[in-house]
Write a protein that binds this ligand. Structure first.
Ligand SMILES: [Zn+2]
Length: 304
């Protein structure tokens, strides 16, 4: 069975704390493993979380502040150490090409793994495949930062009772799905007659940014939205000054965009009790709210 969930590897902004590691998130999406923003210590957190570097097929870095990329050297070297046979594609802001090169070759190692760099230079799709379309949007932070959005194409859900009524079974079902039409002894059957629209799932990853149009564009209709809420609203002036969001802002984005499950993360170390983030968010968003903890697994909500 295919798995779609988020493995939370770290949740601290700026500096790791006793209870929170630097950022790091592995999105498991069928056969894909997209590692977002590996901060310092991500390699060990993966071990603690029970996931392997062989699970990684793609690396997405939002920007080059240390809490989002200091884990790149360890992860890249581990790909070679573990003889990962498949190529790993790396996306990051194109202005950070030199920084990525330094991280990638930060120390001596025998490089065997294939890391394919596809820097992001503008808004738009960065990759398409069986997983859907991965796209990027420029955010508003003091250094060039991109958020990411993964959208599965809409499809159709087969309806067993209608298939049974029309006498369609076995390999004929696959034929009907591929061609849209099937000849049967009792006449032609079209795909529309025995199926209904199935909306593709959507995932969005919004890191360090002030509120801007791109935040909404990324979050639109997301089944699962992972979004930074560095600050609480009481410190909204700090959020604005440093280019970050508050829990209330993140929650209002989720409400406005019809998000189903909201994952708050990237917390400032100034706050001790994470319950404050969920309480503040709940005042603005009545969907599912998750205050991320290290090593937590968050499922993409089941299809509707
Ligand atoms: Zn950060």
């Amino acid at each position: 069975m295919s798995v779609r969930d988020l493995v939370v590897l770290g949740t601290a902004s700026q500096v790791p704390t006793r209870t929170r590691g630097h950022n790091g998130y592995l999105l498991r999406w069928d056969g894909e493993g997209v590692l977002f923003d590996p901060g310092e210590g991500t390699q060990r957190q993966m071990t603690m979380a029970g996931v392997a570097v062989t699970d990684i097929t793609r690396l997405c870095v939002t920007h080059f502040h240390g809490d989002h990329c200091l884990g790149v050297p360890g992860i890249v070297q581990r790909l070679s150490l573990d003889r990962v046979a498949h190529p790993v594609v790396a996306h990051y802001p194109a202005s950070g090409r030199e920084l990525f090169g330094r991280l990638r070759h930060a120390s001596a190692f025998h490089e065997t793994a294939e890391v394919v760099e596809l820097p992001v230079a503008a808004d738009g799709p960065v990759a398409t495949g069986s997983f859907g379309t991965l796209s990027a949007r420029r955010l508003d932070h003091p250094v060039e930062t991109y958020g990411y959005r993964l959208v599965e194409p809409d499809g159709r859900r087969m309806l067993p009772d209608r298939l049974a009524v029309r006498g369609v079974a076995g390999p004929d079902v696959g034929h009907l799905q591929r061609t849209g039409r099937l000849e049967t002894p009792s006449g032609p059957v079209t795909l529309d007659e025995v199926s209904e629209p199935r909306r593709g799932q959507r995932f969005a990853f919004v890191m360090d940014t002030r509120l801007c149009d791109a935040v909404y564009a990324l979050a639109e209709g997301a089944d699962l939205l992972v979004i930074e809420s560095t600050f609480l609203d009481a410190d909204a002036d700090l959020a604005e000054a440093y280019g970050h969001l508050t829990a209330a802002q993140a929650a209002r984005v989720a409400a406005g965009c019809g998000v189903r499950r909201l994952v708050l993360t990237h917390f400032s170390q100034r706050y001790e009790d994470p319950i404050m983030f969920s309480a503040e968010a709940a005042r603005h968003f009545d969907g599912d709210i998750v205050v991320a903890e290290d090593l937590m697994r968050v499922a993409v909500p089941p299809r509707r």
